[in-house]
Design a protein around this ligand. Structure first.
Ligand code: ADP
Length: 340
């Protein structure tokens, strides 16, 4: 290929591309490649910029034997490393063409998927191991002991319910994720939904000796939304406030108006007076299976998915979540939803 032609083709590529000549010098580099390796690489020996041994071998194979190859090439970035899949291919007349495909995101997604499967397996295995253990005990040592049998059966019921809740939350999460790009079309009354969620959780709150109060804007407060999903958001937040912040004896739910960048919105603050959350945890609370205190969460029957579900539902509604907390004073979980 003509050197000029090579340069024209390389320049048109949307991702970094470098052409290397027979003389092992960089014959052409497109703007994306210049941004990556610096403006000085053109005309220089490729070894000066592309030092990783695997990449060197691939270049040598493409130039010398006319054989194409693919290698993984990591370039350290300011905030994170960028991983490229680099293809070195012969391009005729002794040239080799290197193309750099950014696979960072794809690799991260793969890692997330593997972590998720590992987490789910672990979460299911714990109660399952307990169940299998108790079944064995009931068949053996506790066979003729009615009191022990009752006790074990109630633990088994608790463990089985935990698995059931986990499966329910996982299904809910995948449902919400698959709808994330479909905007809700119904119009719902936020005030009525908050009142409904509070009524649903009244027995839980009373059992925990927590008073739940509602303040702020009164209804009707219409907005576009999926009634079941918004109820789920409110139930998850109020339930957490009672479970983790209930020590303060009071949970307040306040509805207010708040301007969002794209128009008017309605905000629901769920405030507790519990011990609060250390700021290091706050950005990660909405990650799947992230818990501040895993033992305590499990004790309370938590799956670690409640806030992840909240995040996805709020995203589907084009809303926002804000979490503020002060150690010793309590936490405020706010959800802001657009009114139009
Ligand atoms: P779960 O409650 O099932 O563990 P969530 O996703 O609902 O899962 O919450 C994740 C974690 O966030 C909880 O385990 C808890 O550590 C923390 N958290 C949530 N809400 C509160 C709150 N109101 N006060 C203190 N910590 C909270």
């Amino acid at each position: 290929m003509h050197a000029e032609m090579m340069r024209t083709i390389v320049a048109a590529m949307p991702f970094p591309v470098i052409g290397i000549g027979r003389d092992e010098r960089v014959a052409a580099a497109n703007p994306a490649a210049l941004a990556l390796f610096g403006a000085g690489i053109e005309g220089r020996h490729h070894l000066l910029s592309l030092r990783q041994p695997a990449l060197q071998e691939a270049i040598a194979a493409a130039l010398g034997q006319g054989v194409a190859g693919t290698v993984r090439h990591v370039i350290p970035g300011p905030s994170q490393d960028i991983t490229y899949r680099v293809t070195a291919a012969p391009a005729g007349e002794g040239y080799a063409l290197l193309t750099f495909e950014d696979v960072t995101e794809a690799e991260q997604m793969g890692q997330m998927r593997r972590d998720f499967v590992a987490n789910v397996s672990h979460e299911l295995r714990t109660p399952l191991t307990a169940l299998l253990g108790f079944i064995e005990t009931l068949r053996g040592a506790a066979k003729e002991d009615p009191a022990a049998r009752e006790r074990f059966l109630s633990i088994m019921e608790r463990e089985a319910s935990r698995m059931n809740r986990l499966i329910g939350d996982l299904l809910q999460l995948s449902r919400v994720e698959s709808q994330e790009r479909i905007r809700p079309t119904e119009r719902v009354d936020l005030h009525a939904l908050v009142a409904g969620a509070v009524a649903t959780l009244r027995p839980l709150a009373e059992g925990a000796e927590v008073a739940v109060e509602m303040t702020g804007e009164l209804g009707p407060l219409p907005l576009p939304g999926d009634a079941d999903q918004i109820t789920q958001v409110l139930v998850n937040l109020i339930e957490n406030a009672v479970k983790y912040g209930g020590a303060g004896g009071k949970v307040s739910i306040h509805i207010a108006r708040e301007q969002l960048p794209r128009g008017p919105g309605l905000r629901v603050d769920v405030m507790d007076q519990g011990e609060g959350i250390d700021p290091v945890h706050i950005p990660r609370l909405t990650e799947r299976f992230y818990r501040v205190d895993g033992h305590r969460s499990r004790e309370q029957g938590g799956t670690g998915l409640g806030l992840a579900i909240v995040k996805h539902i709020v995203q589907r509604h084009r809303g926002r979540i804000r979490i503020e907390s002060e150690r010793g004073k309590g936490s405020v979980f706010s959800v802001i939803l657009p009114e139009t």
